[in-house]
Design a protein around this ligand. Structure first.
Ligand SMILES: Cc1cc2nc3c(=O)[nH]c(=O)nc-3n(C[C@H](O)[C@H](O)[C@H](O)COP(=O)(O)O)c2cc1C
Length: 339
């Protein structure tokens, strides 16, 4: 049975959860080795104090959710703060050892307008669609089996300078630890070769995708997206650029629309190396997991992201503990991927 960890409530969230077989548990209890459904009510000022107290617990206790698998429902009174709350909770839970299946979030904004496309496709009201998606989420969480691979195919994606980049040096050190058990491919997204998504309508996007291309075609459609489709683990190398993913990586993620209209990435794991010159790695990690897991559907293995601070070329590998952190990160990936 699923364990329900709830932060605040409202009548609509209660109705969404009613009828599900859930065992309520306290956020302060032992939450290891469980199937957890987090339910968060967010009002016009954001999540309540208990939510932040829980984040603080997860950030301190790095094994608080070891062996657990989680999904979440976030229900807001207004149009704001639901996604931000989800990203924060997912990062904290994941760093506390929790695995999250792809698309682990059902989000209800105040108006429920965010349900309108699915509602139209299903022929249901916005509220009925929300309730149905919560039931479907609970169903998926209960049955989810993390995929395992005899020889995982790892695709390392980056847009970094070959000689100077700290992020690339760390990424290659991680791959060196995985070489004996994985097939590893490295793809560099060269500046100027990745056009951002044009935002074609759904049917035009699907039409291009069915012909294995996209409006812009080029190296992304011909080489990068087929490699993404084949990979079991996507390893994103993310230097912090103005507290965000770099434009090349973001453009690639946007262009993946043409891939996911055809095929979900539900058996593909996501991992990342994030390097900041000064600060803000958590913001970049949240942006990546938001795009690639909450939106695109990749699985987050426990502690999916290696976070480092380094600025001058070579600093990342020289930092105290870098070798051990790289080794531990590679070990966690092995444990997640191999039978
Ligand atoms: C355009 C640009 C913007 C950057 N913005 C930030 C930033 O907002 N915060 C930060 O901590 N580091 C920032 N940095 C520094 C990089 O994150 C840092 O150099 C780090 O080592 C990763 O880059 P690398 O893999 O190329 O070495 C920025 C670097 C560049 C080139």
């Amino acid at each position: 049975m699923l364990s329900l960890v709830q932060f605040e409530t409202n009548p609509r969230l209660q109705q969404a959860l009613s009828g599900l077989e859930l065992a309520p548990v306290s956020p302060d209890s032992n939450l290891q080795n469980r199937r957890l459904l987090f339910a968060v009510a967010v009002d016009e000022a954001g999540p309540g104090a208990a939510f932040y107290a829980f984040l603080r617990r997860l950030r301190r206790e790095r094994d608080a959710l070891a062996g657990s698998v989680a999904c979440l429902v976030v229900d807001g009174d207004t149009e704001l703060y639901t996604k931000a709350a989800a990203r924060e909770l997912v990062l904290a839970a994941n760093r506390a050892g929790c695995l999250l299946p792809g698309r682990p979030l059902v989000e209800a904004t105040g108006s429920l307008y965010n349900q309108h496309i699915q509602a139209r496709n299903l022929g249901l009201s916005w509220e009925e669609t929300y309730f149905l998606r919560v039931r479907e989420l609970a169903w998926r969480l209960e049955r989810f089996q993390p995929p395992r691979f005899r020889r995982p195919r790892v695709l390392m994606l980056h847009a970094s300078d070959q000689k100077r980049s700290n992020t690339l040096a760390l990424g290659r050190a991680v791959c060196a630890q995985l070489e004996d058990c994985c097939d590893i491919r490295e793809l560099q997204l060269l500046n100027g070769t990745v056009y951002d998504c044009r935002g074609c309508g759904y049917h035009a996007c699907l039409h291009f995708a069915q012909n294995n291309t996209c409006f812009y075609g080029g190296v992304v459609a011909q080489e990068v997206l087929p490699a993404v489709r084949e990979a079991d683990l996507l390893l994103f190398l993310c230097p912090n650029y103005n507290d965000a993913l770099s434009a090349n990586l973001m453009a690639l993620i946007n262009r993946m629309t043409s891939l996911v209209v055809q095929q979900e990435l539900r058996d593909t794991y996501l991992a990342a190396v994030v390097v900041s010159g000064y600060s803000g790695g958590d913001i970049v990690a949240q942006q990546l997991l938001g795009a690639m897991s909450l939106n695109r559907g990749c699985i987050l293995p426990p502690d999916f992201c290696l976070l480092q601070t380094a600025h001058d070329p070579g600093d990342a590998m020289k930092a105290t503990g870098a070798a051990a952190e790289t080794e531990n990160f590679a070990r966690r990936l092995r444990e997640a991927l191999l039978p």
